[in-house]
Design a protein around this ligand. Structure first.
Ligand SMILES: *Cc1c(COP(=O)(O)O)cnc(C)c1O
Length: 467
């Protein structure tokens, strides 16, 4: 019955899932609300409606186990890049000296989307809802540019204006993503910019300010508040983004079933804000929570330079550095944390999605971390074997999958190991160049230093008895 199609398992367009799966009703402890920083109380829906597309706000708090994917969206996915293939990494297995079928390594290939990562799964969706609600423009922030290019692509599909505040340092260092965004018609500004009050206030202090995600968020929020027909868009962390990504895990399940595998033994994804990892694992985690596969290991991988789950605290913290955005209960390194300049730009956020934080706190999932030299090394090993150069973020998952496969080989175990290849690395060649020339640096954050930062921060006081 097993037919691997030379290692790739394809689905037909009509096998694209009809719903997203919502983990909120199955969570082992209840979801924590987003808190308004002005009064320390749960943000009322009207407040969120002014910022995000309405449908997304409804999905953020929905208790329905399944949320239908609109037909038009499924048609767009079918005509562009979904379903994405699941690969058996046969050549990588061989490279690791693994023979036979006792150990199988699979990867879900999200690098085939128009902008080369999983981000369009939610970008197209948010643009669709915005258009439907009469919004004319979406505005967002971007670090390295993966999210910005995803949203620019989504907006262009629906003739929406797209404005992106891009962290100034990346704006000049990574022109590739900027050009891609502009190819999709987006307006891209270096942040801090002269276009907003918050941007100006930073520029006055330092005309050459390198910017940060926190500042870019403040600018995008301010820009979106100017008009009812402009909405703000987020690419990770919040519940509705994780929901949109569950299309990944559901397709994976169908694909595994086609080769006679009910559940993998080990599921792996890299974690920045948590959306691609959540998208892959949520459908499986629900099974685990319902007692179906109690021994399945679900592992999120962080950079050692930004280990919010592995080394941060689980507590209430601000989502942005300027303390204007909502307060969230999550694993965090503190809102004033400035990550070292590692190449995995998408993994340099101080916090983690509340859903991931709750699952980790309840030991449903595990977290681990790796240094970037080992990660990029694993990325090259993967590229040589499988022909795809992974994004530095995705290479974190590759590294962990290789480690797990070697452990299983050492112990003569039977294991199905599956990871999410969240994106390709064609815009991140500098990381690979530095690795090859021996110039890649590792950064480790000592636990003591993290605790010092966390202790020094003004901590929002939230009365949890009010909700
Ligand atoms: C943005 C990004 C990430 C990190 O974001 P998550 O929300 O944690 O998925 C990981 N990989 C790639 C390729 C990305 O573009």
């Amino acid at each position: 019955m097993v037919d691997y199609f030379n290692g790739r398992i394809f689905l037909q367009p009509n096998e694209i899932p009809k719903d997203w799966v919502n983990i909120l009703p199955d969570l082992p402890s209840s979801m924590t609300p987003l808190i308004n920083p002005m009064d320390g109380k749960p943000a009322p829906p009207e407040m969120a409606f002014a910022i995000f597309p309405k449908e997304c706000v409804m999905q953020e708090v929905s208790q329905e186990p399944r949320v239908p994917i609109p037909k038009m969206l499924r048609e767009i996915f079918a005509s562009t890049y979904r379903p994405s293939p699941l690969h058996r990494a046969l050549r990588l297995e061989k490279e690791l000296g693994i023979e036979g079928d006792d150990i199988k390594i699979f990867y879900k290939n999200e690098s085939l989307s128009p902008t080369g990562s999983h981000k369009p799964n939610t970008a197209i969706t948010q643009a669709y809802y915005a258009k439907k609600e009469g919004t004319k423009e979406l505005v967002t922030e971007t670090g390295a540019g993966q999210w910005g290019s995803g949203l620019a692509y989504g907006c262009n599909l629906f003739n929406l204006k797209c404005t992106v505040y891009m962290v100034r340092a990346s704006f000049f260092q990574k022109p590739g993503r900027k050009i891609l965004m502009r190819s999709f018609n987006a307006d891209v500004h270096a942040s801090p910019s002269k276009l907003t009050e918050s941007g100006n206030s930073f520029l006055e202090r330092d005309p050459e300010h390198p910017g940060s995600l926190g500042i870019a968020i403040s600018e995008a929020l301010e820009h979106s508040m100017r008009s009812d027909i402009i909405k703000y868009s987020l690419g990770s962390v919040v519940n509705f983004v994780l929901l949109h990504q569950t299309i990944i895990g559901q397709e994976t399940k169908i694909q595994l079933a086609k080769v006679g595998i009910e559940e993998p033994d080990i599921l792996i994804g890299c974690m920045g804000g948590g959306s691609n990892f959540a998208g892959l694992m949520i459908p499986f985690a629900i099974d685990k929570l319902n007692g179906k596969s109690p021994n399945m290991e679900i592992i999120g991988v962080e950079p050692r330079a930004c280990p919010s789950v592995c080394k941060g605290d689980y507590r209430w913290d601000y989502g942005d550095s300027s303390m204007k955005g909502p307060i969230v209960k999550m694993h965090t390194l503190g809102h004033s944390f400035i990550p070292s300049p590692i190449h995995a730009g998408g993994l340099r956020y101080h916090g983690m999605a509340p859903i991931i934080s709750i699952l980790h706190n309840n030991r449903v999932i595990n977290a681990t971390m790796h240094h970037q030299t080992a990660v990029i090394g694993a990325g090259i090993q993967f590229a040589k074997a499988e022909g795809i150069l992974p994004a530095p973020e995705a290479a974190h998952a590759v590294k962990e999958a290789i480690d797990q496969a070697l452990i299983a080989k050492e112990n003569n175990e039977k294991k199905v190991i599956l990871f999410n290849l969240s994106g390709h690395g064609f815009f991140d060649l500098l990381a690979y160049k530095e690795y090859m020339t021996g110039n890649l640096k590792d950064y480790e954050l000592p636990t003591q230093e993290i605790q010092k930062t966390l202790a020094s921060e003004e901590m929002p006081v939230i009365d949890e008895s009010q909700f």
